[in-house]
Design a protein around this ligand. Structure first.
Ligand SMILES: Nc1ncnc2c1ncn2[C@@H]1O[C@H](COP(=O)(O)OP(=O)(O)OP(=O)(O)O)[C@@H](O)[C@H]1O
Ligand SMILES: [Mg+2]
Length: 246
């Protein structure tokens, strides 16, 4: 038990299955406040499964191990309870919420007067480069790929998460959008001390996010860990043998 109550997002021997098949075969990671950890790994190696299992997405069944948030075991909790404990996931494919606007969502989550919620949203939208007129529309419905990722980053900023899992935040983003969202997240790391687990295929995102650690993920487990230089090496050499699924 020693150290398990220290402030961190801690994965201990995490195993998870999807549609009856084990995809995660025991993942150990410790992300402390103010740290950025990157996960890189081939398509189908289980990175999205890891993000989904951490967030408690239905359909992803944890079959072994634990997920701890600042020492508290959240493994059995539903997604909204995990969010309340400080976890936030930016999905590879952000969900659309027809009929629910950002204003509706923020009023539910923030529990402040509508005027305060409105001005918080507008300020954050401007900061992240999201057109304010999108705030009144259904969340992510009809948004471009870049608008979705900016909008998710805005939510991360206003909902006060302590640990963020970013599943390919950079996919589908143009150069300006990538820089804007990455810089905003780097600022949250610096100013608010959030911990970040950033899943990515490219070192470009990491040039902005500046990870403390880079982990190579293959066939459902972490197979190698190193410093930021590992991302550059991987981009040059590829994953080599033993990379792909299973
Ligand atoms: N809902 C699901 N139904 C069936 N199989 C799934 C489901 N989710 C994941 N899998 C399988 O689990 C394995 C890991 O998928 P996952 O999406 O976690 O990979 P990934 O590392 O995120 O890949 P990518 O880099 O392409 O995003 C794959 O073989 C995938 O087909
Ligand atoms: Mg994925």
């Amino acid at each position: 038990m020693s150290g398990s109550d220290a402030k961190a997002l801690r994965l201990e021997g995490l195993r998870a299955e999807v549609v009856g098949k084990e995809i995660l075969h025991g993942v150990d990671l410790v992300i402390r406040p103010g740290e950025v950890h990157a996960i890189m790994g081939p398509n189908g190696s289980g990175k999205t499964t890891l993000a989904s299992a951490v967030m408690g997405k239905p359909g992803y069944k944890v079959t072994g191990g634990r997920i701890l948030v600042d020492g508290e075991d959240v493994t059995g909790l539903p997604t909204h309870e995990r969010a309340r404990k400080g976890l936030f996931l930016i999905s590879q494919y952000p969900a659309e919420l027809p009929g629910v606007s950002f204003v509706d969502l923020a009023e539910q989550v923030l529990d402040r007067e509508p005027a305060v919620v409105g001005s918080t949203l507008v300020a954050e939208a401007e900061r992240i480069g999201l057109k304010p007129e999108l705030l009144g529309r259904s969340v992510n419905v009809g948004f471009s790929g870049g608008e979705k990722k900016r909008a998710e980053t805005m939510q991360l900023a206003i909902f006060g998460a302590r640990y963020a899992v970013l599943d390919e935040l950079d996919s589908g983003l143009d150069i300006d959008a990538l820089r804007d969202v990455a810089r905003r997240i780097a600022e949250m790391v610096r100013a608010e001390g959030i911990g970040v687990l950033a899943i990515t295929h490219y070192s470009r995102l990491l040039q902005e996010l500046k990870p403390d650690k880079v982990h190579v993920f293959a066939a459902g487990r972490v197979v190698r860990s190193g410093g930021p230089e590992l991302a550059v090496e991987l981009e040059r050499t590829g994953y080599g043998e033993g990379g792909g699924a299973d």
